[in-house]
Design a protein around this ligand. Structure first.
Ligand code: DDQ
Ligand code: CA
Length: 269
């Protein structure tokens, strides 16, 4: 798993280990040997769109021709509605500077947003971005998506939590593993066709996770997605996955990236 230089420096500064999934050093147990081999994918770019390169993308959702996004950094965190074709920000609301915006999902007519280390989330009206309520949780807040029944939340560890979408209380959890090895730094999430797609912080990899078992079924290697000419000044890591179930389109971007991509997965030969 590739780690960008800038990301590695940030990781060092924060005293964190990148979330590499090395082969387990110890022998696998009987149950683990029954897990099928991981499928490896690369990608094909179908479309690319201009994007606000000042957006520190932490949460990304697609609905009805628009993207909804949560941006991070203290003093710069927002919830916004973005025009897919032009990248233009159509509507935006800023968070109090004490909050660092994180995962975002759409539930019925509301947008639900996490914050990083302040243990508070916000529920907004999707139409006018007014805050309808807030809720609390004990972990950090990283990624958020939903499967039609439950919210699905990551906290930077290898655990993914399921939350009741109405009470916003945790109802269950899974431990994400690649053939027994915990996968940490699970960041932005998207529920796609019965699987959880997850950005792994500080890498160019997306893990495709079985929500029932927590097993990583596939890895998608997005190395080289952002071309060097699009990257004249600092950008941060790949982060942000959104899915259009009607058009069957998969969108990805990154923190401070000037482009958003529609991609297709291509099996690695
Ligand atoms: N998280 O998204 C992985 C949960 C947190 C990312 C925090 C990155 C801090 C970067 C600070 C950069 C200061 C210019
Ligand atoms: Ca997402």
């Amino acid at each position: 798993i590739r780690v960008t230089a800038a990301a590695a420096i940030i990781a060092m500064a924060l005293g964190l280990q990148p979330g590499c999934a090395e082969s387990p050093a110890v022998s696998t147990t009987a149950t683990q040997t029954t897990i099928p081999p991981v499928a490896n994918y690369t990608y094909r770019v179908v479309n690319s769109y201009p994007y606000d390169r000042a957006a520190f993308t932490e949460g990304l959702v697609y609905a009805d021709g628009f993207l909804y996004e949560s941006t991070g950094l203290y003093g710069q965190s927002t919830v916004r509605k973005v025009d897919l074709a032009t990248g233009q920000v159509l509507q935006s609301t800023s968070l109090d500077p004490k909050y660092f915006g994180e995962g975002l999902t759409l539930w019925q007519n509301s947008l639900i947003q996490l914050t990083w280390q302040t243990h508070i989330g916000f529920v907004y009206s999707k139409d006018n971005f007014t805050v309808l309520k807030s809720f609390s949780y004990t972990t950090e807040g990283w990624g958020l998506t939903q499967d039609g029944t439950r919210l699905i939340m990551s906290d930077g560890t290898s655990t993914i939590y399921f939350l009741d979408p109405v009470t916003l209380q945790a109802t269950g959890k899974i431990d994400v593993r690649d053939h027994g090895t915990p996968v940490v730094n699970i960041n932005e999430l998207e529920y796609v066709n019965g699987k959880i797609y997850a950005n792994i912080w500080l890498t160019d990899e997306i893990a495709i996770i079985d929500p029932g078992t927590g097993n990583v079924e596939s890895w998608v290697d997005l190395t080289g997605l952002l071309p060097p000419f699009a990257n004249p000044v600092a950008v941060d890591v790949l982060n942000g996955i959104a899915y259009d179930p009607v058009g069957k389109r998969l969108f990805v971007t990154g923190k401070l990236w000037p482009l958003l991509f529609e991609i297709e997965l291509v099996p690695k030969s």
